[in-house]
Design a protein around this ligand. Structure first.
Ligand code: HAM
Length: 432
């Protein structure tokens, strides 16, 4: 019998590889369009990185890590996901000091010792993005918009976005306590694993596939509403994320109860499910992780991101064309004079990106001066300023940083004008 690839791993060749190339190209271009820079991290890392980030009681840590001893007696691990490595690299390279708010994307293989089946591999591949250094709900909105745009452009049709909030750490403690009280009368009837989860990771019980646990959850009516009790600040953050998604015209379902398999999440969490994939229908997932940077010995800054499983995306795309060729350059920085103009600005940024013009904006209420400084640093070709005066006039002020000139442009003509002026042939981003 000739040797074969290990179970749960695949070779890529021929037409299939061409589809991968198209997907990778599309993901890179779209990520750049939204202001994300590529980062490549090693596939091997210290075990401690994942123990400290993913959480010791999660399935990944307990059952799915490919752990190896190197030639000494040093334990290393094949990375099971990308977020922890991105945060490690962000801190190791001092990006928190040199860049502040940092937007990074990655593509590459991940490893989990799961039982292989259709859409579930032991070596699979993810593309993902991480925006580190902001707590603004608009950054969540932007990441979700990008996630949906990437899927659509890669040929995934009719995917559903599930959205929820897990609240802050205090909310999670209160919610866990309440859930424990609700489940306590049935504790002895839970499966062995869930009895262990009861104290350490009670939310995972809601997600258990064991029939007796599912029956307990159903009987107690726990699978129907989110187990998370949100404080006022977290409620407001979540409301703003939902409102922002409305502004961006992204539909979502916030009634589903789902658990994320990683412990670092706080506040916003989401999963995107595609049709026709059977049990493994989550094509992409992500959320906010406001404590991870600090827990890995960095500053206390908010962060949010997502990752998609490339194999699943391509399965879900089926016969649809994957991606389009497009090229972008750093186009426009949209500076907002007051936070009240964020809605309007976000819509303009979205329209620019739809036209293939790379556009970025601030979500943290920075002063106009600070935004102009940032625009300079990010080497944008243009800065467009939107203030009350401009809004009254129905115009934006446009500075050409290369030419050093300034002019006023009618708001209606702005997007069209920018797509002509940004010196790139912008192919259409809409799927063919
Ligand atoms: P995750 O939900 O563990 O999140 O994985 C994200 C996606 O990777 C899943 O939705 C799925 O498409 C794919 N995936 C996961 N495991 C497998 C597998 N065994 N075989 C095939 N595909 C798989 C994360 O990894 C987080 N790091 C996402 C994130 C980024 N959160 C914040 N930033």
């Amino acid at each position: 019998m000739p040797l074969q690839a290990l179970r749960g791993t695949t070779d890529l060749l021929g037409d299939e590889l061409a589809r991968w190339g198209a997907l990778e190209h599309t993901v890179r271009r779209l990520a750049q369009l939204y202001g994300y820079q590529e980062l490549r991290t090693p596939v091997i890392e210290e075990v401690a990185l994942f123990l400290r980030s993913i959480g010791e009681t999660t399935d990944i840590i307990q059952k799915e890590m490919f752990q190896v001893r190197d030639r000494g007696d040093h334990e290393i691990v094949l990375r099971p996901e990308g977020t922890a490595s991105v945060v490690r690299a962000y801190l190791e390279h001092n990006l928190h000091k040199t860049q502040g708010f940092t937007k990074l994307f990655y593509l590459g293989p991940m490893f989990r010792a799961e039982r292989p089946q259709a859409g579930r591999l032991r070596q699979f591949h993810q593309y993902g993005v991480e925006a580190i250094g902001s707590s603004s709900p608009w950054v969540d909105v932007e990441a979700i918009v990008l996630c949906m745009k990437m899927l659509e452009t890669c040929g995934v049709r009719g995917a559903t976005l599930w959205l929820s909030s897990m609240g802050c750490r205090d909310d999670q403690r209160r919610s866990a306590e309440q859930l424990r009280q609700q489940l306590a009368p049935h504790e002895t009837e839970l499966c062995k694993e869930c009895r262990a989860r009861f104290e350490k990771n009670v939310f995972r019980i809601l997600d258990c596939k064991h029939p007796s646990c599912q029956a307990i959850v159903a009987k107690a009516g726990l699978g129907k509403r989110s187990p998370f009790l949100l404080c006022e600040a977290c409620q407001a953050h979540f409301a703003e994320v939902r409102r922002g998604l409305g502004v961006a015209q992204i539909s979502f379902d916030d009634t589903q109860v789902f658990a994320r398999g990683l412990d670092y999440y706080t506040r916003t969490v989401f999963e995107v499910r595609a049709k026709g994939l059977g049990a493994q229908d989550a094509v992409a997932a992500g959320g906010r992780y406001d404590h991870l940077v600090e827990e890995l010995d960095g500053p206390s800054v908010g962060a949010v991101g997502f990752a998609a499983g490339i194999e699943r995306v391509l399965l879900a795309a089926g016969e649809h064309k994957v991606g389009t060729a497009l090229s972008t350059r750093r186009g426009v920085y949209l500076a907002v004079a007051q936070p009240t103009l964020t809605d309007k600005a976000f819509r303009l940024v979205q329209q620019l990106r739809e036209r293939g013009v790379s556009a970025i904006m601030d979500y943290d209420g920075k002063s106009l001066k600070a935004q102009l400084r940032e625009a300079d640093k990010t080497e944008c070709q243009f800065v467009a300023i939107l203030g009350e005066a401009e809004l009254k006039q129905g115009a934006v002020t446009l500075k050409d940083l290369g030419a050093g000139s300034q002019q006023t442009i009618a708001m209606d003509a702005f997007v069209e004008e920018m797509s002509k002026r940004v010196k790139t042939i912008c192919h259409s981003l809409s799927p063919a």
